[in-house]
Design a protein. Structure first.
Length: 207
C-alpha cells in the first residue's frame, strides 16, 4: 500500500470522514516531515513507510477528545504531532504549537505556511515562560511524565480546561504519582490502525 491507500484505510478504521482537500494536506504534511527529518531530526522514526501509522493516524486519535474545544496547545510539539494533523481535520479549532527547539519551530512555521493552516500559531520557548495564553485543552505526545506535564502547564489552562496526554503503555506509575488535586477523568486504550504498539489517552482535570 502507498501512503494514500494507508491513509484512506486508516481513516476508515478510525471512523473519520475527511474531504479530499484534508486528505491531501495530511499526505503533504507527511512528505514535508520525511524531507525535513533528514536534516532537522524531527522524529526518531527513520522508516518512511511507518509515517502514516506512527505519526498521522496516531495523532488523529486525539480528535474524539477535543470535540467541544475551541483552543488547544500542543506542548513539546516537535515535528507537529498531534497538533498539525488535528488542525487539518479541525479548521475551526485554534491550535498553538509550542517547542523550545528553534530548528523544530522553524520547520513548524514553514509547514504552517506551506499547508495554509490559518488556525495554527507557532510559539518558540520553554513552556514555563509562556504566560500570554489560556486554552481549553493542553496536549502532548511523550513530552514528560504526567506529574511534570501538569505542573509545567497548569498556568496554560482556562477555568474549565483539561489535559489530554498521549501515552504508550498504560502509565500506572505516572498516574499514581499525580498530585492530589489532579483527577484522571479517563485513561483509554487506543487502537491505532497499522500500529502494532500500545497507545493510551489520559484525560486529566484539576479538582
Amino acid at each position: 500500500m502507498d501512503n494514500k491507500q494507508k491513509l484512506q484505510t486508516g481513516l476508515a478504521e478510525l471512523g473519520l470522514s475527511l474531504n479530499t482537500a484534508q486528505q491531501l494536506l495530511l499526505l503533504e504534511y507527511a512528505s514535508l516531515l520525511q524531507k525535513w527529518n533528514r536534516v532537522y531530526n524531527l522524529t526518531a522514526l527513520r522508516r518512511d513507510d511507518k509515517i502514516i501509522s506512527h505519526h498521522i493516524l496516531d495523532s488523529l486519535t486525539l480528535l474524539p477528545y477535543v470535540q467541544e474545544a475551541k483552543t488547544l496547545m500542543d506542548v513539546g510539539s516537535g515535528g507537529g504531532m498531534p497538533g498539525i494533523p488535528t488542525a487539518i481535520c479541525r479548521p475551526d479549532l485554534h491550535i498553538t504549537l509550542l517547542d523550545s527547539n528553534t530548528k523544530k519551530t522553524a520547520f513548524l512555521q514553514q509547514t504552517v505556511i506551506e499547508l495554509g493552516l490559518s488556525n495554527v500559531t507557532v510559539a518558540s520557548g520553554r513552556v514555563e515562560t509562556i504566560y500570554d495564553k489560556k486554552v481549553d485543552v493542553v496536549t502532548s505526545r511523550a513530552f514528560a511524565e504526567l506529574a511534570d506535564f501538569v505542573a509545567l502547564t497548569k498556568h496554560l489552562l482556562n477555568e474549565h480546561g483539561y489535559w489530554a496526554a498521549m501515552k504508550g503503555v498504560y502509565p500506572y506509575e505516572e498516574i499514581a504519582q499525580l498530585p492530589a488535586d489532579i483527577e484522571v477523568v479517563a485513561a483509554d486504550k487506543l487502537n491505532v490502525p497499522m500500529l502494532d504498539a500500545e497507545r493510551h489517552m489520559v484525560i486529566m482535570r484539576q479538582k
